[in-house]
Write a protein that binds this ligand. Structure first.
Ligand SMILES: CC(C)(COP(=O)(O)OP(=O)(O)OC[C@H]1O[C@@H](n2cnc3c(N)ncnc32)[C@H](O)[C@@H]1OP(=O)(O)O)[C@@H](O)C(=O)NCCC(=O)NCCS
Length: 201
């Protein structure tokens, strides 16, 4: 039996969510869990890979109707124009390294052609295999910042609550300062979050 790429259908939602959770379980996004599928304000390309009735991969791209309405500013002014944001890309761990991710991306790019997108944008954390995959597909790293998770005493030492009696025990923070080395040393869970762009036209 072989897998096929097809458009997402509302009836896929439960399997889509399960596939996404399983795909992220051994990555830096292991606790980024959705209980409902995202929907998008702009036109979107939403595809799944299906094998014998099972969803084994997925990609969601939100396509800008107006430049700058969804994606980051272009890396260079000459890349001005509409872009597409890859909000979700995941392949079930039992089906990795079989070309499913590449096929999902290629099918999405073909569907994006009439929309005249100049580039695709993706943000991803520091999983070496995932970064390699983006680079192998032709994406280039443009910029990055840091995702920092603070727990218990780490929160107490960094943040004070403005509400008497309320003490945060978990905190997720963005770090965009210039001393990432210190942040990495001080906190146990720190991820570099990198932007990758793929030039289309
Ligand atoms: C990143 C991800 C989407 C890639 O999907 P995939 O289906 O495993 O990717 P592909 O099969 O297209 O390519 C993966 C590798 O398999 C290789 N490959 C492709 N077809 C192959 C085949 N038939 N036989 C053996 N290897 C193959 C590719 O060359 C590629 O190698 P590389 O990574 O060294 O470049 C997937 O691993 C994943 O879901 N990861 C976890 C979630 C995640 O990080 N998502 C990213 C967005 S945050």
């Amino acid at each position: 039996m072989t897998w096929k790429i097809r458009p997402y259908r509302p009836a896929d939602e439960a399997q889509w969510l399960r596939c996404r959770v399983l795909a992220f379980l051994d990555t830096a996004y292991f606790d980024n869990v959705y209980r409902e599928k995202e929907h998008y304000a702009n036109p979107s390309i939403e595809l799944v890979a299906e094998l014998g009735g099972q969803i084994i991969g997925l990609i969601d791209i939100e396509c800008e109707a107006e430049p700058g309405s969804v994606c980051s500013p272009p890396a260079t002014p000459k890349m001005d124009g509409k872009a597409g944001m890859i909000w979700n890309l995941a392949v079930h761990p039992d089906y990795r390294h079989q070309g499913v991710g590449k096929a999902l991306l290629e099918a999405a790019i073909a569907l994006a052609q009439p929309l005249h997108l100049r580039r695709l944008e993706a943000w991803t954390r520091d999983d070496a295999a995932t970064l390699r995959w983006y680079e192998a597909q032709g994406f280039e790293k443009v910029e990055s910042y840091w995702h920092v998770y603070l727990e218990g005493g780490e929160v107490d030492a960094a943040i004070s609550s403005a509400i008497p009696g309320l003490s945060p025990r978990h905190l997720f923070a963005h770090y965009q300062g210039d001393n990432a080395a210190q942040i990495q040393k001080r906190f146990r869970r720190v991820h570099e979050c990198s932007r990758y762009d793929l030039i289309l036209i």
